[in-house]
Design a protein around this ligand. Structure first.
Ligand SMILES: [Zn+2]
Length: 233
């Protein structure tokens, strides 16, 4: 195996390692509550609070109607209960009863409106809960898959890291230094494959003599376009 071939083997492993680590980073970012889940949870909470507010209003109105009815009954008892009232007292009492009845009928109307509002709010809450459950179910499946893939990828990283020293030991010290210097400067790719006469790092076509030297692999040959070490299989 030539010098360059050994470097290329290391490069392939490191590229695989980089790709796997990138996928692990993507998974880490997707683990946990998604935005869709947060939004659906928030929508359900708001719908629930809205319904609660309307129900409280209904309860208050209902209590008020009951208390007004009680008052009306009391006043009517005074009015028609056979007590001797002066004409003025009877007229005042009559006015009060009428005023209480007007107030009661106004509250009853508001109560009816609130009941209609509550129906709408109940439907909205049910809709929000349905959406939340469906998003939650999807999210759970998605998370399970992510966790599974994560552990597979972690095993792969461990495996690659175990293989790496074996490949490193086959590379000459100077070549390894050169490789480690170039790699971070070239997006992680220090050794570029030449395929169909073109450098796969930048697309430029090296000269025929350069390709020959690279194929022999006894010295490091660099791409004139991107500066990477050329590997010709
Ligand atoms: Zn190139």
């Amino acid at each position: 195996m030539s010098r360059v071939q050994r470097l290329y083997r290391l490069q392939s492993l490191d590229s695989e390692l980089d790709k796997t680590k990138q996928r692990l980073a993507d998974i880490a970012a997707r683990l946990g509550e998604s935005n869709a889940l947060k939004e659906a949870g928030q929508a359900t909470k708001i719908a629930d609070q809205n319904l609660h507010k309307i129900r409280t209003k209904m309860r208050d109105l209902d209590l008020e109607v009951k208390s007004l009815s009680q008052k009306i009954t009391q006043q009517e008892k005074l009015l028609y209960g056979g007590r001797n009232l002066s004409a003025k007292e009877a007229s005042n009492l009559q006015d009060e009863v009428e005023s209480l009845k007007r107030r009661r009928s106004q509250r009853e109307e508001l109560l009816l409106e609130a009941m209609v509002e509550a129906e709408t709010a109940e439907a909205q809450l049910a809709q929000a809960q349905t959406a939340l459950s469906s998003i939650q179910a999807e999210w759970t499946v998605d998370q399970e898959e992510l966790v599974k893939t994560q552990s597979e990828l972690e095993a792969k990283v461990a495996d690659l890291l175990e293989q790496r020293p074996g490949l490193v030991s086959g590379v000459e010290v100077d070549d390894l230094e050169e490789y480690e210097d170039i790699r971070p400067l070239k997006g992680g790719i220090a050794v570029a494959l030449v395929k169909d006469g073109a450098c796969q790092g930048c697309g430029m076509a090296p000269s025929r003599s350069k390709i020959q030297r690279a194929r022999a692999g006894q010295e490091l040959t660099y791409c004139g376009g991107c500066g990477r070490i050329l590997y010709v299989p």
